[in-house]
Design a protein around this ligand. Structure first.
Ligand code: URA
Length: 219
């Protein structure tokens, strides 16, 4: 869908809309939220990974040899789920990208300041040729953008180009999108919905409530 940001993709199709309705509805139980969320994350990941470089390969089918395209094997693909809700993307991500490295980052939100508080960081790693790294940071909710910008920074500090970094989120708020692009105009954002606003507690409205609680049954 078209929008005012060059690097924001809002993925819209009937399956996405149906899945969004399911995860948003307050009476959907945890299993229902998980199933719909996983469907949604797979579609978002398909969209996000359209930027992966491809290369020509020769394949031999039972009938003949031919030349075709596949993902360049000479790159490093990183999936970075922001714990804990971002984990919902992981099973789908490793299914469709078995070669990916999963680098978890753990943070929770200080309820007063709405700033992320770090408790786990699996990102410190040597980066030989930063241009060959493609990073997908996953978090179902892009609210203030504080967590996502902190994680993007971890990767840009290693020299990985913004163009190779993508935030993948189910539901976003205008404020979070603005925040991310004000600091990192060249990263990509892939979302299924841009909602109305954040409430005084930093929750996205209409949103889906606390994504972690709804996915992990800790309400
Ligand atoms: N995190 C959530 O889980 N929900 C929101 O609405 C905002 C941040």
């Amino acid at each position: 869908m078209k929008n005012k940001y060059e690097n924001l993709t809002i993925v819209e199709n009937p399956i996405v809309n149906q899945s969004l309705c399911t995860i948003r509805a307050k009476d959907t139980d945890t299993q229902g939220v998980r199933l719909a969320a996983r469907k949604l994350t797979r579609i978002l990941l398909y969209e996000a990974t359209k930027n992966l470089p491809q290369t020509e390969v020769e394949i031999e089918t039972p009938l003949t040899k031919f030349t075709t395209k596949t993902i360049n094997q000479d790159i490093t693909i990183i999936i970075s789920p922001i714990l804990r809700a971002g984990l919902i993307f992981t099973d789908e991500a490793v299914d469709i990208l078995p070669q990916a490295t999963i680098r978890h980052v753990g943070m929770y939100r200080d309820e007063k300041t709405l700033r992320p508080v770090w408790y786990y960081n699996k990102v410190p790693m040597p980066v030989d040729d930063p241009k060959k790294y493609y990073v997908y940071i996953t978090d179902p909710m892009l609210a203030t953008g504080n967590s996502l910008t902190d994680v993007i920074k971890l990767y840009t500090n290693k020299g990985i180009p913004q163009q190779n970094i993508c935030g993948v989120c189910m539901i976003s708020a205008p404020q979070g999108i603005e925040h991310v692009f004000s600091e990192f105009p060249d990263v990509k954002l892939i979302v299924a919905a841009v909602d109305s606003h954040l409430n005084e507690k930093g929750y996205i409205v209409p949103g889906m409530g606390d994504a972690g609680d709804r996915i992990f049954n800790t309400l």
